[in-house]
Design a protein around this ligand. Sequence first.
Ligand code: HAS
Ligand code: CU
Length: 566
Amino acid sequence: MRQSNLALKDYQEEFEMGVDPKIKPLSMIHVSIAFVAFILGVFGGLIQGLARGGMMQLPSWVTYYQILTLHGVLLALVFTTFIIFGFLFAGMSRTHGAFSDGLRKLGWVGFSVLTLGTLLAAAMILTNEASVLYTFYAPLQAHWIFYIGLALFVVGTWIEGAVLLAHFFKWKKANPGQPTPLFGFMTTATILLWIVASIGVAVTVLVQMLPWALGLTNEINVVLSRTLFWYFGHPLVYFWIMPAYMVWYLIIPKIIGGRLFSGSLARLAFVLFLLFSIPVGFHHQLMESGISEFWKYMQTILTFVVVVPSLLTAFSIFATFEQTGRAQGGKGVFNWIKKLPWGDARFFAPFMGMIIFIPAGAGGLINASFQLNAVIHNTLWVVGHFHLTVGSTVVLTFLGMSYWLIPVLTGRRFTRHANRCGIVQTWLWAIGMFFMSGAMHLLGLLGAPRRTAYATYSDHPQALQWFEGIFTSHITVGVGAVMLTAAGVLAFYNYIYLAFLAPKGETEFPMTPDPIDTQQSPKFLENWKLWIGIAVVLIIFAYTIPIYEMIVDAPPGSPTFNNLIK
Ligand code: HAS
Ligand code: CU
Protein backbone atom coordinates (compact mmCIF):
# COMPACT_ATOMS: atom_id res chain seq x y z
CA MET A 1 0.00 0.00 0.00
CA ARG A 2 2.74 2.35 1.05
CA GLN A 3 4.66 1.60 -2.10
CA SER A 4 1.72 2.35 -4.33
CA ASN A 5 1.21 5.63 -2.50
CA LEU A 6 4.80 6.57 -3.15
CA ALA A 7 4.44 5.71 -6.78
CA LEU A 8 1.34 7.82 -6.85
CA LYS A 9 3.23 10.75 -5.42
CA ASP A 10 5.81 10.71 -8.22
CA TYR A 11 3.09 10.32 -10.71
CA GLN A 12 1.31 13.33 -9.25
CA GLU A 13 4.39 15.52 -9.26
CA GLU A 14 4.82 14.86 -12.91
CA PHE A 15 1.53 16.63 -13.50
CA GLU A 16 2.13 19.65 -11.35
CA MET A 17 2.81 21.73 -14.39
CA GLY A 18 1.23 24.83 -15.79
CA VAL A 19 -0.53 25.43 -19.06
CA ASP A 20 1.96 25.59 -21.94
CA PRO A 21 2.19 29.29 -22.92
CA LYS A 22 1.98 28.34 -26.60
CA ILE A 23 -1.51 26.86 -26.22
CA LYS A 24 -2.84 29.78 -24.18
CA PRO A 25 -3.83 31.99 -27.15
CA LEU A 26 -5.82 29.14 -28.71
CA SER A 27 -7.60 28.46 -25.46
CA MET A 28 -8.21 32.15 -24.77
CA ILE A 29 -9.69 32.94 -28.17
CA HIS A 30 -12.25 30.20 -27.59
CA VAL A 31 -13.15 31.70 -24.22
CA SER A 32 -13.40 35.20 -25.73
CA ILE A 33 -15.75 34.16 -28.51
CA ALA A 34 -17.81 32.29 -25.92
CA PHE A 35 -18.24 35.46 -23.87
CA VAL A 36 -19.17 37.62 -26.85
CA ALA A 37 -21.80 35.04 -27.81
CA PHE A 38 -22.90 34.93 -24.18
CA ILE A 39 -23.59 38.64 -23.78
CA LEU A 40 -25.40 38.91 -27.12
CA GLY A 41 -27.45 35.84 -26.25
CA VAL A 42 -28.32 37.26 -22.83
CA PHE A 43 -29.73 40.43 -24.41
CA GLY A 44 -31.68 38.28 -26.86
CA GLY A 45 -33.16 36.56 -23.82
CA LEU A 46 -34.10 39.85 -22.19
CA ILE A 47 -35.96 41.07 -25.25
CA GLN A 48 -37.76 37.75 -25.53
CA GLY A 49 -38.69 37.58 -21.85
CA LEU A 50 -40.11 41.09 -21.94
CA ALA A 51 -41.94 40.48 -25.22
CA ARG A 52 -43.47 37.18 -24.16
CA GLY A 53 -44.31 38.68 -20.80
CA GLY A 54 -46.36 41.29 -22.65
CA MET A 55 -44.16 44.09 -21.32
CA MET A 56 -42.81 45.30 -24.66
CA GLN A 57 -43.45 44.96 -28.37
CA LEU A 58 -40.72 43.56 -30.56
CA PRO A 59 -39.29 46.24 -32.86
CA SER A 60 -40.65 45.93 -36.38
CA TRP A 61 -37.30 44.88 -37.84
CA VAL A 62 -36.99 41.63 -35.89
CA THR A 63 -39.28 38.62 -35.78
CA TYR A 64 -39.96 36.44 -32.78
CA TYR A 65 -38.45 33.33 -34.36
CA GLN A 66 -35.40 35.26 -35.42
CA ILE A 67 -34.58 36.46 -31.93
CA LEU A 68 -35.42 33.07 -30.44
CA THR A 69 -33.08 31.38 -32.92
CA LEU A 70 -30.33 33.85 -32.15
CA HIS A 71 -30.77 33.41 -28.40
CA GLY A 72 -30.77 29.60 -28.59
CA VAL A 73 -27.89 29.26 -31.05
CA LEU A 74 -25.63 31.81 -29.35
CA LEU A 75 -26.10 30.45 -25.86
CA ALA A 76 -26.78 26.75 -26.28
CA LEU A 77 -24.41 26.10 -29.18
CA VAL A 78 -21.80 28.85 -29.53
CA PHE A 79 -21.17 29.79 -25.88
CA THR A 80 -21.05 26.17 -24.72
CA THR A 81 -18.95 24.72 -27.55
CA PHE A 82 -16.35 27.48 -27.49
CA ILE A 83 -15.89 27.62 -23.75
CA ILE A 84 -15.75 23.80 -23.54
CA PHE A 85 -12.96 23.56 -26.11
CA GLY A 86 -11.13 26.47 -24.47
CA PHE A 87 -11.25 24.60 -21.17
CA LEU A 88 -10.24 21.25 -22.65
CA PHE A 89 -7.22 22.63 -24.52
CA ALA A 90 -5.93 24.36 -21.39
CA GLY A 91 -6.70 21.40 -19.14
CA MET A 92 -5.09 18.81 -21.43
CA SER A 93 -1.95 20.91 -21.54
CA ARG A 94 -1.99 21.27 -17.75
CA THR A 95 -2.36 17.55 -17.14
CA HIS A 96 -0.70 15.87 -20.15
CA GLY A 97 2.05 18.34 -21.01
CA ALA A 98 2.54 20.70 -23.95
CA PHE A 99 0.86 19.94 -27.27
CA SER A 100 3.27 19.24 -30.14
CA ASP A 101 3.61 22.03 -32.72
CA GLY A 102 1.78 19.93 -35.27
CA LEU A 103 -1.19 19.27 -33.04
CA ARG A 104 -1.35 22.87 -31.93
CA LYS A 105 -1.44 24.06 -35.54
CA LEU A 106 -4.14 21.54 -36.31
CA GLY A 107 -6.02 22.99 -33.33
CA TRP A 108 -5.92 26.38 -35.02
CA VAL A 109 -7.19 24.84 -38.26
CA GLY A 110 -10.11 23.33 -36.35
CA PHE A 111 -10.77 26.64 -34.66
CA SER A 112 -10.82 28.45 -38.02
CA VAL A 113 -13.29 26.00 -39.52
CA LEU A 114 -15.47 26.15 -36.41
CA THR A 115 -15.45 29.94 -36.41
CA LEU A 116 -16.13 30.23 -40.13
CA GLY A 117 -19.13 27.93 -39.73
CA THR A 118 -20.35 29.98 -36.76
CA LEU A 119 -20.06 33.25 -38.69
CA LEU A 120 -21.91 31.89 -41.72
CA ALA A 121 -24.76 30.57 -39.59
CA ALA A 122 -24.90 33.78 -37.52
CA ALA A 123 -25.02 35.94 -40.65
CA MET A 124 -27.99 33.97 -41.95
CA ILE A 125 -29.80 34.28 -38.63
CA LEU A 126 -29.15 38.02 -38.41
CA THR A 127 -30.53 38.57 -41.91
CA ASN A 128 -33.66 36.59 -41.04
CA GLU A 129 -32.72 33.88 -43.55
CA ALA A 130 -32.50 31.17 -40.92
CA SER A 131 -35.20 31.78 -38.32
CA VAL A 132 -35.55 28.06 -37.72
CA LEU A 133 -34.66 27.79 -34.01
CA TYR A 134 -31.67 25.89 -32.71
CA THR A 135 -33.35 22.59 -33.55
CA PHE A 136 -33.95 23.66 -37.22
CA TYR A 137 -36.92 21.31 -37.57
CA ALA A 138 -38.20 20.70 -41.07
CA PRO A 139 -40.43 21.94 -42.63
CA LEU A 140 -38.96 25.22 -41.39
CA GLN A 141 -36.37 25.91 -44.03
CA ALA A 142 -33.27 28.09 -43.83
CA HIS A 143 -30.98 29.51 -46.48
CA TRP A 144 -28.51 26.85 -47.70
CA ILE A 145 -25.61 28.89 -46.35
CA PHE A 146 -26.95 28.27 -42.82
CA TYR A 147 -26.65 24.50 -43.35
CA ILE A 148 -23.14 24.89 -44.78
CA GLY A 149 -22.33 26.90 -41.65
CA LEU A 150 -23.67 24.11 -39.43
CA ALA A 151 -21.67 21.49 -41.33
CA LEU A 152 -18.47 23.52 -40.97
CA PHE A 153 -19.21 24.02 -37.29
CA VAL A 154 -19.39 20.26 -36.81
CA VAL A 155 -16.28 19.57 -38.91
CA GLY A 156 -14.39 22.20 -36.88
CA THR A 157 -15.28 20.42 -33.66
CA TRP A 158 -14.17 17.10 -35.14
CA ILE A 159 -10.75 18.53 -35.97
CA GLU A 160 -10.37 20.07 -32.52
CA GLY A 161 -11.64 16.85 -30.94
CA ALA A 162 -9.10 14.84 -32.95
CA VAL A 163 -6.33 17.08 -31.62
CA LEU A 164 -7.40 16.43 -28.02
CA LEU A 165 -7.71 12.68 -28.60
CA ALA A 166 -4.33 12.50 -30.32
CA HIS A 167 -2.71 14.32 -27.41
CA PHE A 168 -4.30 11.91 -24.94
CA PHE A 169 -3.35 8.75 -26.82
CA LYS A 170 0.20 10.02 -27.32
CA TRP A 171 0.50 10.32 -23.55
CA LYS A 172 -0.95 6.85 -23.09
CA LYS A 173 1.59 5.40 -25.50
CA ALA A 174 4.45 7.16 -23.75
CA ASN A 175 3.29 5.89 -20.35
CA PRO A 176 2.35 2.24 -20.89
CA GLY A 177 0.58 0.54 -18.03
CA GLN A 178 -0.04 3.79 -16.14
CA PRO A 179 -3.61 4.76 -15.38
CA THR A 180 -4.33 7.88 -17.39
CA PRO A 181 -4.92 11.18 -15.58
CA LEU A 182 -8.61 11.66 -14.92
CA PHE A 183 -8.76 14.88 -16.91
CA GLY A 184 -7.65 13.06 -20.06
CA PHE A 185 -9.97 10.14 -19.42
CA MET A 186 -12.94 12.45 -19.08
CA THR A 187 -11.95 14.56 -22.07
CA THR A 188 -11.71 11.41 -24.16
CA ALA A 189 -15.15 10.17 -23.10
CA THR A 190 -16.65 13.60 -23.83
CA ILE A 191 -15.06 13.97 -27.25
CA LEU A 192 -15.89 10.41 -28.31
CA LEU A 193 -19.48 11.01 -27.28
CA TRP A 194 -19.54 14.22 -29.30
CA ILE A 195 -18.06 12.64 -32.43
CA VAL A 196 -20.39 9.63 -32.44
CA ALA A 197 -23.39 11.86 -31.76
CA SER A 198 -22.63 14.61 -34.24
CA ILE A 199 -22.54 12.11 -37.11
CA GLY A 200 -26.35 12.17 -36.82
CA VAL A 201 -26.64 15.91 -37.27
CA ALA A 202 -24.04 15.87 -40.06
CA VAL A 203 -26.10 13.28 -41.93
CA THR A 204 -29.40 15.15 -41.67
CA VAL A 205 -27.77 18.46 -42.61
CA LEU A 206 -25.78 17.16 -45.57
CA VAL A 207 -28.11 14.46 -46.89
CA GLN A 208 -31.53 15.94 -46.15
CA MET A 209 -31.49 19.67 -45.38
CA LEU A 210 -28.86 20.97 -47.78
CA PRO A 211 -30.18 19.32 -50.96
CA TRP A 212 -33.68 20.45 -50.00
CA ALA A 213 -32.60 24.04 -49.31
CA LEU A 214 -30.69 24.11 -52.59
CA GLY A 215 -33.83 22.98 -54.42
CA LEU A 216 -32.25 19.69 -55.55
CA THR A 217 -35.05 17.79 -53.81
CA ASN A 218 -38.50 19.09 -53.08
CA GLU A 219 -39.45 16.70 -50.30
CA ILE A 220 -37.99 15.92 -46.94
CA ASN A 221 -38.66 13.02 -44.60
CA VAL A 222 -39.59 15.04 -41.53
CA VAL A 223 -39.72 12.28 -38.95
CA LEU A 224 -36.34 10.98 -40.13
CA SER A 225 -34.79 14.45 -39.91
CA ARG A 226 -36.13 14.95 -36.40
CA THR A 227 -34.92 11.52 -35.38
CA LEU A 228 -31.42 12.18 -36.69
CA PHE A 229 -31.50 15.52 -34.91
CA TRP A 230 -32.44 13.98 -31.55
CA TYR A 231 -29.99 11.12 -31.99
CA PHE A 232 -27.57 14.05 -31.72
CA GLY A 233 -29.66 16.37 -29.54
CA HIS A 234 -29.71 14.35 -26.37
CA PRO A 235 -25.97 13.56 -26.29
CA LEU A 236 -25.55 17.26 -27.10
CA VAL A 237 -26.92 18.10 -23.65
CA TYR A 238 -24.44 15.62 -22.16
CA PHE A 239 -21.68 17.23 -24.15
CA TRP A 240 -22.55 20.36 -22.13
CA ILE A 241 -22.90 18.70 -18.76
CA MET A 242 -19.83 16.42 -18.91
CA PRO A 243 -17.26 19.26 -18.94
CA ALA A 244 -19.30 20.88 -16.15
CA TYR A 245 -18.98 17.58 -14.25
CA MET A 246 -15.24 17.69 -14.97
CA VAL A 247 -15.14 20.98 -13.08
CA TRP A 248 -17.05 19.37 -10.22
CA TYR A 249 -14.90 16.24 -10.10
CA LEU A 250 -11.47 17.73 -10.76
CA ILE A 251 -11.41 21.45 -9.98
CA ILE A 252 -13.80 21.90 -7.06
CA PRO A 253 -12.12 19.34 -4.73
CA LYS A 254 -8.86 21.31 -5.09
CA ILE A 255 -10.58 24.65 -4.48
CA ILE A 256 -12.18 23.39 -1.28
CA GLY A 257 -8.85 22.00 -0.09
CA GLY A 258 -9.78 18.33 -0.37
CA ARG A 259 -9.37 15.40 -2.67
CA LEU A 260 -11.82 13.67 -4.98
CA PHE A 261 -13.51 10.78 -3.19
CA SER A 262 -13.02 8.09 -5.86
CA GLY A 263 -11.41 8.01 -9.27
CA SER A 264 -12.83 4.65 -10.34
CA LEU A 265 -16.38 5.79 -9.67
CA ALA A 266 -15.75 8.95 -11.69
CA ARG A 267 -14.38 6.90 -14.59
CA LEU A 268 -17.35 4.56 -14.44
CA ALA A 269 -19.77 7.51 -14.57
CA PHE A 270 -18.11 8.89 -17.70
CA VAL A 271 -18.11 5.51 -19.42
CA LEU A 272 -21.82 5.14 -18.67
CA PHE A 273 -22.45 8.57 -20.21
CA LEU A 274 -20.67 7.47 -23.37
CA LEU A 275 -22.68 4.24 -23.56
CA PHE A 276 -26.15 5.46 -22.69
CA SER A 277 -26.44 9.08 -23.81
CA ILE A 278 -26.96 8.31 -27.46
CA PRO A 279 -29.63 5.60 -27.80
CA VAL A 280 -32.21 7.77 -25.99
CA GLY A 281 -33.18 10.54 -28.45
CA PHE A 282 -36.78 9.30 -28.69
CA HIS A 283 -37.52 10.81 -25.29
CA HIS A 284 -37.75 14.07 -27.22
CA GLN A 285 -40.17 12.49 -29.68
CA LEU A 286 -42.52 10.60 -27.38
CA MET A 287 -45.52 12.53 -28.68
CA GLU A 288 -44.60 12.05 -32.34
CA SER A 289 -46.30 9.76 -34.80
CA GLY A 290 -44.21 7.55 -37.03
CA ILE A 291 -42.31 5.79 -34.24
CA SER A 292 -43.83 2.70 -32.67
CA GLU A 293 -44.55 2.58 -28.97
CA PHE A 294 -42.24 -0.35 -28.45
CA TRP A 295 -39.15 1.60 -29.53
CA LYS A 296 -40.21 4.67 -27.62
CA TYR A 297 -40.55 2.48 -24.56
CA MET A 298 -37.13 0.91 -25.12
CA GLN A 299 -35.51 4.31 -25.28
CA THR A 300 -37.45 5.43 -22.21
CA ILE A 301 -35.83 2.58 -20.29
CA LEU A 302 -32.40 3.53 -21.61
CA THR A 303 -33.08 7.14 -20.57
CA PHE A 304 -33.56 5.99 -17.01
CA VAL A 305 -30.26 4.12 -17.25
CA VAL A 306 -28.44 7.32 -18.25
CA VAL A 307 -29.71 8.96 -15.07
CA VAL A 308 -27.49 6.56 -13.07
CA PRO A 309 -24.15 8.27 -13.81
CA SER A 310 -25.65 11.58 -12.66
CA LEU A 311 -26.70 9.91 -9.43
CA LEU A 312 -23.17 8.50 -9.09
CA THR A 313 -21.90 12.04 -9.59
CA ALA A 314 -24.19 13.45 -6.92
CA PHE A 315 -22.90 10.77 -4.54
CA SER A 316 -19.23 11.35 -5.37
CA ILE A 317 -19.38 15.11 -5.07
CA PHE A 318 -21.38 15.03 -1.86
CA ALA A 319 -18.92 12.51 -0.39
CA THR A 320 -16.01 14.73 -1.41
CA PHE A 321 -17.63 17.71 0.32
CA GLU A 322 -18.32 15.74 3.48
CA GLN A 323 -14.85 14.17 3.64
CA THR A 324 -13.20 17.54 3.12
CA GLY A 325 -15.44 19.36 5.61
CA ARG A 326 -14.77 16.72 8.26
CA ALA A 327 -11.03 16.67 7.59
CA GLN A 328 -11.10 20.38 8.31
CA GLY A 329 -12.72 19.84 11.67
CA GLY A 330 -16.42 19.98 10.81
CA LYS A 331 -18.38 17.80 13.24
CA GLY A 332 -21.90 16.45 13.58
CA VAL A 333 -24.30 15.53 10.83
CA PHE A 334 -24.21 18.80 8.92
CA ASN A 335 -21.67 21.10 10.57
CA TRP A 336 -18.99 20.17 8.04
CA ILE A 337 -20.96 22.17 5.46
CA LYS A 338 -19.82 25.35 7.22
CA LYS A 339 -16.22 24.47 6.37
CA LEU A 340 -16.79 24.86 2.64
CA PRO A 341 -15.36 28.09 1.15
CA TRP A 342 -18.63 29.98 0.73
CA GLY A 343 -16.94 33.28 -0.05
CA ASP A 344 -15.00 31.89 -3.03
CA ALA A 345 -16.80 32.45 -6.36
CA ARG A 346 -14.77 29.66 -7.97
CA PHE A 347 -16.58 27.29 -5.62
CA PHE A 348 -19.84 29.14 -5.03
CA ALA A 349 -20.96 29.54 -8.66
CA PRO A 350 -20.58 25.83 -9.54
CA PHE A 351 -22.07 24.91 -6.16
CA MET A 352 -25.24 26.85 -6.93
CA GLY A 353 -25.23 25.02 -10.25
CA MET A 354 -25.22 21.71 -8.33
CA ILE A 355 -28.06 22.73 -6.06
CA ILE A 356 -30.12 23.84 -9.05
CA PHE A 357 -29.38 20.54 -10.77
CA ILE A 358 -31.34 18.67 -8.10
CA PRO A 359 -34.77 20.05 -9.14
CA ALA A 360 -33.57 20.27 -12.76
CA GLY A 361 -32.77 16.54 -12.81
CA ALA A 362 -36.05 15.71 -11.11
CA GLY A 363 -37.82 17.66 -13.86
CA GLY A 364 -35.88 15.61 -16.42
CA LEU A 365 -37.20 12.40 -14.85
CA ILE A 366 -40.72 13.75 -15.18
CA ASN A 367 -40.12 14.59 -18.84
CA ALA A 368 -38.75 11.14 -19.49
CA SER A 369 -41.68 9.34 -17.88
CA PHE A 370 -43.46 8.46 -21.13
CA GLN A 371 -47.03 9.18 -19.98
CA LEU A 372 -46.13 12.30 -17.99
CA ASN A 373 -44.44 13.63 -21.09
CA ALA A 374 -47.91 14.08 -22.58
CA VAL A 375 -48.60 16.71 -19.92
CA ILE A 376 -45.49 18.79 -20.40
CA HIS A 377 -44.41 18.28 -24.00
CA ASN A 378 -44.28 21.48 -26.04
CA THR A 379 -45.24 23.58 -23.05
CA LEU A 380 -43.21 26.21 -21.25
CA TRP A 381 -42.37 23.54 -18.67
CA VAL A 382 -39.69 22.23 -21.04
CA VAL A 383 -38.30 25.74 -21.43
CA GLY A 384 -38.19 25.94 -17.63
CA HIS A 385 -36.37 22.56 -17.54
CA PHE A 386 -33.61 23.56 -19.87
CA HIS A 387 -33.12 26.96 -18.29
CA LEU A 388 -32.31 25.10 -15.09
CA THR A 389 -30.07 22.45 -16.67
CA VAL A 390 -28.05 24.09 -19.40
CA GLY A 391 -29.18 27.62 -18.50
CA SER A 392 -28.13 27.44 -14.85
CA THR A 393 -26.18 24.34 -13.86
CA VAL A 394 -23.94 24.44 -16.91
CA VAL A 395 -23.77 28.23 -17.20
CA LEU A 396 -22.97 28.82 -13.52
CA THR A 397 -20.33 26.09 -13.56
CA PHE A 398 -18.66 27.54 -16.64
CA LEU A 399 -18.79 31.08 -15.28
CA GLY A 400 -17.27 29.91 -12.00
CA MET A 401 -14.58 28.16 -14.04
CA SER A 402 -13.91 31.20 -16.21
CA TYR A 403 -13.06 33.27 -13.13
CA TRP A 404 -9.79 31.38 -12.70
CA LEU A 405 -9.29 30.16 -16.27
CA ILE A 406 -9.23 33.64 -17.84
CA PRO A 407 -6.52 35.04 -15.52
CA VAL A 408 -4.52 31.80 -15.93
CA LEU A 409 -4.59 32.37 -19.69
CA THR A 410 -3.92 36.11 -19.59
CA GLY A 411 -1.30 36.05 -16.81
CA ARG A 412 -3.36 38.15 -14.42
CA ARG A 413 -4.63 37.83 -10.88
CA PHE A 414 -8.06 36.73 -9.78
CA THR A 415 -8.63 39.62 -7.39
CA ARG A 416 -11.04 40.14 -4.50
CA HIS A 417 -12.94 42.56 -6.69
CA ALA A 418 -13.45 39.92 -9.38
CA ASN A 419 -14.41 37.42 -6.70
CA ARG A 420 -17.04 39.77 -5.27
CA CYS A 421 -18.50 40.34 -8.73
CA GLY A 422 -18.62 36.58 -9.18
CA ILE A 423 -20.55 36.07 -5.94
CA VAL A 424 -23.08 38.81 -6.75
CA GLN A 425 -23.43 37.49 -10.29
CA THR A 426 -24.14 34.01 -8.94
CA TRP A 427 -26.83 35.19 -6.53
CA LEU A 428 -28.48 37.33 -9.21
CA TRP A 429 -28.50 34.45 -11.67
CA ALA A 430 -29.83 31.94 -9.15
CA ILE A 431 -32.60 34.21 -7.85
CA GLY A 432 -33.54 35.50 -11.31
CA MET A 433 -33.72 31.95 -12.58
CA PHE A 434 -35.80 30.87 -9.62
CA PHE A 435 -38.46 33.35 -10.65
CA MET A 436 -38.21 32.89 -14.40
CA SER A 437 -37.87 29.14 -14.54
CA GLY A 438 -40.34 28.65 -11.68
CA ALA A 439 -42.99 30.60 -13.55
CA MET A 440 -42.18 28.73 -16.76
CA HIS A 441 -42.62 25.35 -15.06
CA LEU A 442 -45.95 26.29 -13.50
CA LEU A 443 -47.33 28.03 -16.56
CA GLY A 444 -46.28 25.02 -18.61
CA LEU A 445 -48.33 22.77 -16.35
CA LEU A 446 -51.27 25.08 -16.94
CA GLY A 447 -50.82 24.67 -20.68
CA ALA A 448 -48.82 27.71 -21.84
CA PRO A 449 -47.23 26.60 -25.13
CA ARG A 450 -43.61 26.95 -26.19
CA ARG A 451 -42.01 27.80 -29.54
CA THR A 452 -44.77 30.10 -30.63
CA ALA A 453 -45.01 33.80 -31.19
CA TYR A 454 -48.72 33.86 -30.73
CA ALA A 455 -49.08 33.63 -26.99
CA THR A 456 -47.83 35.82 -24.22
CA TYR A 457 -47.91 34.61 -20.64
CA SER A 458 -50.84 36.83 -19.87
CA ASP A 459 -52.93 35.21 -22.59
CA HIS A 460 -53.74 32.52 -20.08
CA PRO A 461 -56.45 33.77 -17.79
CA GLN A 462 -56.47 30.43 -15.97
CA ALA A 463 -52.81 30.88 -15.24
CA LEU A 464 -53.35 34.39 -14.03
CA GLN A 465 -56.08 33.34 -11.63
CA TRP A 466 -53.83 30.71 -10.23
CA PHE A 467 -51.00 33.10 -9.77
CA GLU A 468 -52.79 36.27 -8.88
CA GLY A 469 -52.60 35.93 -5.10
CA ILE A 470 -48.83 35.55 -5.16
CA PHE A 471 -47.52 37.45 -8.16
CA THR A 472 -48.77 37.88 -11.67
CA SER A 473 -46.92 35.66 -14.04
CA HIS A 474 -45.61 38.14 -16.58
CA ILE A 475 -44.12 40.30 -13.87
CA THR A 476 -42.46 37.23 -12.41
CA VAL A 477 -40.94 36.34 -15.74
CA GLY A 478 -39.99 39.94 -16.47
CA VAL A 479 -38.29 40.39 -13.10
CA GLY A 480 -36.47 37.11 -13.58
CA ALA A 481 -35.30 38.10 -17.06
CA VAL A 482 -34.05 41.50 -15.84
CA MET A 483 -32.13 39.91 -12.96
CA LEU A 484 -30.60 37.37 -15.30
CA THR A 485 -29.55 40.12 -17.65
CA ALA A 486 -27.93 42.02 -14.79
CA ALA A 487 -26.09 38.82 -13.82
CA GLY A 488 -25.02 38.30 -17.44
CA VAL A 489 -23.69 41.86 -17.71
CA LEU A 490 -21.74 41.37 -14.50
CA ALA A 491 -20.26 38.10 -15.80
CA PHE A 492 -19.27 39.84 -19.03
CA TYR A 493 -17.75 42.69 -17.06
CA ASN A 494 -15.74 40.14 -15.12
CA TYR A 495 -14.52 38.65 -18.40
CA ILE A 496 -13.35 42.09 -19.62
CA TYR A 497 -11.77 42.83 -16.26
CA LEU A 498 -9.93 39.51 -15.96
CA ALA A 499 -8.88 39.47 -19.60
CA PHE A 500 -7.64 43.05 -19.93
CA LEU A 501 -7.67 45.06 -16.70
CA ALA A 502 -6.79 42.99 -13.65
CA PRO A 503 -3.25 43.34 -12.25
CA LYS A 504 -0.61 41.11 -13.83
CA GLY A 505 0.39 38.10 -11.78
CA GLU A 506 -0.10 34.41 -11.18
CA THR A 507 -3.37 32.58 -10.85
CA GLU A 508 -3.62 28.91 -9.96
CA PHE A 509 -5.15 26.39 -12.37
CA PRO A 510 -6.76 24.31 -9.62
CA MET A 511 -6.56 20.58 -10.30
CA THR A 512 -7.19 17.89 -7.74
CA PRO A 513 -4.47 15.25 -7.46
CA ASP A 514 -5.77 12.02 -8.92
CA PRO A 515 -7.57 10.14 -6.12
CA ILE A 516 -5.72 7.56 -4.05
CA ASP A 517 -7.56 4.68 -5.71
CA THR A 518 -6.10 5.68 -9.10
CA GLN A 519 -3.43 2.98 -9.22
CA GLN A 520 -6.04 0.34 -8.39
CA SER A 521 -8.50 1.56 -10.99
CA PRO A 522 -9.71 -1.47 -13.00
CA LYS A 523 -7.82 -1.74 -16.30
CA PHE A 524 -10.91 -2.48 -18.36
CA LEU A 525 -12.19 1.04 -17.72
CA GLU A 526 -9.45 2.25 -20.07
CA ASN A 527 -10.53 -0.05 -22.87
CA TRP A 528 -11.93 2.54 -25.31
CA LYS A 529 -12.40 0.06 -28.13
CA LEU A 530 -14.71 -1.92 -25.89
CA TRP A 531 -16.74 1.15 -24.91
CA ILE A 532 -17.07 2.44 -28.45
CA GLY A 533 -18.08 -1.08 -29.52
CA ILE A 534 -20.81 -1.33 -26.87
CA ALA A 535 -22.01 2.21 -27.62
CA VAL A 536 -22.36 1.31 -31.30
CA VAL A 537 -24.21 -1.92 -30.49
CA LEU A 538 -26.67 -0.01 -28.29
CA ILE A 539 -27.21 2.59 -31.01
CA ILE A 540 -27.81 -0.09 -33.62
CA PHE A 541 -30.25 -1.81 -31.29
CA ALA A 542 -32.20 1.34 -30.43
CA TYR A 543 -32.35 2.89 -33.89
CA THR A 544 -32.07 0.37 -36.74
CA ILE A 545 -35.65 -0.90 -36.90
CA PRO A 546 -37.38 2.44 -36.22
CA ILE A 547 -35.25 4.22 -38.85
CA TYR A 548 -35.86 1.42 -41.33
CA GLU A 549 -39.58 1.83 -40.74
CA MET A 550 -39.40 5.60 -41.15
CA ILE A 551 -37.84 5.12 -44.55
CA VAL A 552 -39.93 2.29 -45.96
CA ASP A 553 -43.21 3.56 -44.50
CA ALA A 554 -42.75 7.13 -45.68
CA PRO A 555 -46.05 7.92 -47.38
CA PRO A 556 -45.74 7.69 -51.16
CA GLY A 557 -47.00 10.73 -53.00
CA SER A 558 -47.21 12.74 -49.81
CA PRO A 559 -47.54 16.45 -50.49
CA THR A 560 -44.19 18.08 -50.85
CA PHE A 561 -43.21 20.48 -48.18
CA ASN A 562 -42.79 23.18 -50.73
CA ASN A 563 -46.51 22.83 -51.29
CA LEU A 564 -47.15 22.81 -47.59
CA ILE A 565 -45.16 25.96 -47.10
CA LYS A 566 -47.07 27.68 -49.89
FE1 HAS B 1 -33.34 17.34 -20.39
C1 HAS B 1 -35.65 18.29 -22.80
C2 HAS B 1 -35.05 14.42 -19.90
C3 HAS B 1 -30.92 16.27 -18.18
C4 HAS B 1 -31.27 19.86 -21.46
N1 HAS B 1 -33.44 18.82 -21.82
C5 HAS B 1 -34.49 19.04 -22.70
C6 HAS B 1 -34.18 20.18 -23.53
C7 HAS B 1 -32.92 20.61 -23.17
C8 HAS B 1 -32.48 19.73 -22.10
C9 HAS B 1 -32.13 21.73 -23.79
O1 HAS B 1 -37.23 12.81 -21.32
C10 HAS B 1 -35.12 20.81 -24.57
C11 HAS B 1 -34.86 20.33 -25.95
C12 HAS B 1 -35.79 21.02 -26.91
O2 HAS B 1 -35.47 22.12 -27.36
O3 HAS B 1 -36.85 20.46 -27.20
N2 HAS B 1 -33.08 15.68 -19.21
C13 HAS B 1 -33.90 14.62 -19.14
C14 HAS B 1 -33.40 13.65 -18.17
C15 HAS B 1 -32.24 14.19 -17.66
C16 HAS B 1 -32.03 15.45 -18.34
C17 HAS B 1 -34.01 12.35 -17.78
N3 HAS B 1 -31.47 17.95 -19.90
C18 HAS B 1 -30.64 17.36 -18.97
C19 HAS B 1 -29.38 18.08 -18.93
C20 HAS B 1 -29.49 19.09 -19.87
C21 HAS B 1 -30.80 18.99 -20.46
C22 HAS B 1 -28.22 17.70 -18.06
C23 HAS B 1 -28.52 20.12 -20.28
C24 HAS B 1 -27.35 20.33 -19.80
N4 HAS B 1 -35.05 16.54 -21.15
C25 HAS B 1 -35.54 15.31 -20.85
C26 HAS B 1 -36.71 15.03 -21.71
C27 HAS B 1 -36.88 16.13 -22.54
C28 HAS B 1 -35.81 17.06 -22.17
C29 HAS B 1 -37.55 13.84 -21.73
C30 HAS B 1 -37.94 16.32 -23.64
C31 HAS B 1 -39.13 17.02 -23.15
C32 HAS B 1 -40.11 17.23 -24.27
O4 HAS B 1 -41.19 16.63 -24.21
O5 HAS B 1 -39.83 17.96 -25.22
C33 HAS B 1 -31.37 13.51 -16.63
O6 HAS B 1 -30.14 13.19 -17.22
C34 HAS B 1 -31.20 14.27 -15.38
C35 HAS B 1 -30.41 13.48 -14.34
C36 HAS B 1 -29.99 14.36 -13.20
C37 HAS B 1 -30.21 14.12 -11.91
C38 HAS B 1 -29.75 15.13 -10.89
C39 HAS B 1 -28.52 14.68 -10.12
C40 HAS B 1 -28.05 15.79 -9.23
C41 HAS B 1 -26.77 16.23 -9.14
C42 HAS B 1 -26.44 17.40 -8.25
C43 HAS B 1 -25.94 16.94 -6.93
C44 HAS B 1 -25.73 18.06 -5.96
C45 HAS B 1 -24.66 18.14 -5.11
C46 HAS B 1 -24.57 19.25 -4.15
C47 HAS B 1 -23.58 17.13 -5.06
C48 HAS B 1 -30.92 12.91 -11.43
C49 HAS B 1 -25.66 15.56 -9.90
C50 HAS B 1 -25.09 18.81 -2.83
C51 HAS B 1 -24.43 19.51 -1.68
C52 HAS B 1 -25.05 19.90 -0.54
C53 HAS B 1 -24.28 20.49 0.55
C54 HAS B 1 -26.53 19.76 -0.40
CU1 CU C 1 -32.76 14.45 -23.82
